[in-house]
Design a protein around this ligand. Structure first.
Ligand SMILES: Nc1ncnc2c1ncn2[C@@H]1O[C@H](COP(=O)(O)OP(=O)(O)O)[C@@H](O)[C@H]1O
Ligand SMILES: [Mg+2]
Length: 318
């Protein structure tokens, strides 16, 4: 496990991380979310032992990162922000250098380097100098560095930042494949990414933890969760809304657009868990309305994120 307990860090009097506590177990991929400046990178640097906390502790696989740094670091792989790598080295010599630092020697070192290059699809560029690589490949080299020693714990700071959609997909795939035997923390401000990859989400704002739950549950905080969005062929709007308003469980009907081409509206249930889709279909099925599309909103993560991270902490505490 990675256990973070009451972690705090202040930069010249300004708190960056305040009293942060959480833990991550093997098999979990924890999404670490928050707006720019929320304290994500600061927290990750403290977890990986690159920054000393002012208060609080971090234990990685049972080892205290400050008091037993070597033992802790052996178990951690760290992909820092902006993929810092030695630009003048070739891919292979850089990874060989990392393997040497990690204590691998002889045939085992070569095997490690080869296996890691294969895993990160770096075989074709192994003899290329790193500064000649594209951003995506540099990121891959840095990723390779972080997993070379097959660590139990992986800390990835914005691992897909600056990559194109195909590269993002590849990196996410690698993360998912590795997650079975590892505990992974990854920071991101891309909500779709968090939902696609993570089993759990933590949101921090102004250095403090405001949410710790599954991505699905996070979605249910959206005011849209459970609402039914409808689009229909042109029709008598008043009659339509009156009919919808009469459906069992419906609270209100919001008209989004009524044009010559059609009508779009959203129907809100009395409470998110009240199912209204079937009642709507039944009420409109008898005509004269023609339904073009109907779906139940799962909720919008970006909305939830904005709500949680922009309002003062006292307003979100519930
Ligand atoms: N080395 C530093 N010196 C002073 N302030 C810093 C330093 N690093 C980060 N900060 C500040 O700490 C806060 C958290 O930053 P950071 O952890 O990088 O946030 P995030 O990764 O979530 O964007 C920000 O207000 C940032 O300006
Ligand atoms: Mg950061």
């Amino acid at each position: 496990m990675i256990e973070v307990d009451a972690l705090s860090k202040t930069y010249s009097g300004v708190p960056a991380v305040e009293d942060l506590s959480f833990s991550v177990a093997k098999g979990e991929i924890l999404g670490f979310l928050g707006p720019n400046g929320a304290g994500k990178s600061t927290t990750m640097r403290m977890i990986t032992g690159f920054l000393t906390p002012d208060r609080g502790t971090v234990r990685v696989g049972g080892y205290d990162v400050v008091r037993e740094p070597l033992a802790a670091r052996r178990k951690i792989g760290y992909l820092p922000e902006n993929a810092p790598v030695y630009e003048d080295m070739t891919v292979q010599s850089y990874l060989d250098f990392i393997a040497r630092i990690r204590g691998f020697g002889g045939a085992q070192r070569k095997k490690r380097v080869d296996a890691t290059m294969a895993r990160c699809f770096l075989g074709d560029v192994r003899f290329q100098t790193i500064h000649t690589l594209s951003k995506g490949f540099k990121q891959r080299v840095c990723f390779a560095q972080s997993i070379l020693h097959d660590p139990d714990y992986l800390v990835l700071d914005e691992p897909t930042d600056g990559l194109d959609p195909n590269q993002k997909h590849e990196v996410r795939q690698m993360i998912r494949e590795m997650s079975v035997h590892k505990a992974i923390i990854l920071s991101t401000h891309i909500l779709d990414e968090m939902e696609a990859v993570c089993t759990r989400a933590i949101i921090i704002a102004r250095g403090r933890l405001v949410v710790d739950e599954t991505p699905e549950r996070l979605r249910t905080r959206s005011p849209l969760h459970g609402a039914v969005s409808l689009s229909l062929a042109p029709c008598a709007v008043d009659e339509l809304t009156a009919r919808l308003q009469g459906v069992e469980g419906v609270d209100r009907v919001a008209l989004l657009a009524a044009e010559g081409t059609g009508v779009t509206l959203r129907v809100f249930p009395r409470a998110p868990e009240v199912a209204i889709a079937e009642g709507i279909v039944r009420a409109l099925g008898i005509g004269p309305f023609h339904i073009r599309s109907l779906f139940v909103e799962k909720g919008r993560l970006d909305e939830v994120f904005r709500e949680i991270t922009q309002t003062p902490p006292s307003a979100t505490a519930h």
